[in-house]
Write a protein that binds this ligand. Structure first.
Ligand SMILES: Nc1ncnc2c1ncn2[C@@H]1O[C@H](COP(=O)(O)OP(=O)(O)OP(=O)(O)O)[C@@H](O)[C@H]1O
Ligand SMILES: [Mg+2]
Length: 276
């Protein structure tokens, strides 16, 4: 990037981040550009032409009813699932059709917190959280411990680091998955239901953490959630996935103000009346 050349000894990403505001995203610079993404599994049409751009530095929240394909969509963004057709650009580079080895670059840039945590059962909490750092080649035990301690502190789990995943609660497993997603400070973090099943106090602190990651590190975030309180706490923009497409896209305020019956019913958590 041109402007980073003038700042010596600062990695390009840091320089670029310092030079641009974070918060509402950088208009004109997209981290992801998804076009006409389609995916069926067996007979079931899941994604039926998803178009969505996610700006660098913004927090995009994806909402939608259970089973609509939100998790499936997220998995496409790092090449864990292949679409039937369509395109996914990551910082301008097509990732559809790439082989596992070619996807490594994307996976280094993008951290993901899976809906079910997806922790390694045979590793301790600390080893799980250290995993992405070890993937980057870090082997220094002291450094790993320090970074793991910091990440677990952010999710208030430092005293449980020696436990095995089976011996902690569901909510704690979720927070371990969150610490693992953020530890390597990726440029982009995908969170699949980060607060579901957590008590309101922990949920709010997780939301604050998501905002802080954005503010301090200019992280691009994509958060799937059902929790409307979370939506209004964290979203710069909201995308509503309905019947395999992005049915609504707008700011949190636009979501609140929408008169559309389907949007209203989702936001207010009630069935749609007199439509269909
Ligand atoms: N590997 C798979 N094999 C078969 N069907 C699948 C697979 N993965 C997802 N599906 C189906 O795709 C649909 C969308 O699933 P997905 O997990 O993306 O929903 P979701 O929007 O994330 O729902 P929730 O809010 O409950 O997490 C579901 O009907 C699901 O059964
Ligand atoms: Mg899901």
């Amino acid at each position: 990037m041109e402007m980073s050349k003038t700042i010596s000894n600062v990695p390009a990403r840091d320089a670029a981040q310092k030079a641009r505001p974070c918060g509402d995203g950088v208009v004109g610079e997209n981290f992801f550009e998804v076009s006409d993404l389609k995916k069926s599994i067996g007979e079931q049409k899941i994604l039926q032409g998803v178009d969505l751009d996610i700006r660098k530095g913004e927090t995009m929240v994806v909402i939608g009813r259970s089973g609509e394909g939100k998790s499936v969509f997220l998995k496409h963004l790092i090449g864990l699932m292949d679409p039937d057709s369509g395109s996914i650009l990551v910082e301008g580079k097509e990732i559809v059709g790439l082989k596992e080895r070619q996807l490594r670059d994307v996976r280094r840039k993008v951290g993901i917190m899976f809906q079910d945590g997806a922790l390694f059962d045979s590793m301790t909490v600390a080893e799980n959280v250290a995993f992405p750092l070890m993937e980057t080649g870090i082997r220094d035990r002291e450094l790993l411990l320090e970074r793991v301690g910091q990440a677990l502190d952010k999710v208030e789990l430092t005293e449980h680091m020696a436990k095995m995943p089976i011996n902690i609660s569901g909510g704690m497993r979720k927070r371990v998955a969150l610490a693992r997603a953020i530890i390597a400070e990726p440029q982009c973090i995908l969170y699949d239901e980060p607060t579901s099943g957590l008590d309101p106090v922990v949920s709010e602190s997780i939301d604050r953490l998501i905002r802080r990651m954005q503010k301090d590190l200019c992280v691009t975030s994509l958060v799937v959630t059902h929790d409307m309180n979370s939506v209004f706490r964290i979203a710069d923009r909201v995308a509503y996935l309905r019947e395999g497409k992005i049915y609504f896209l707008g700011t949190a305020q636009e979501l609140r103000d929408s008169k559309d019956e389907y949007v209203r019913s989702f936001v207010e958590g009630r069935p749609v009346e007199n439509v269909d």
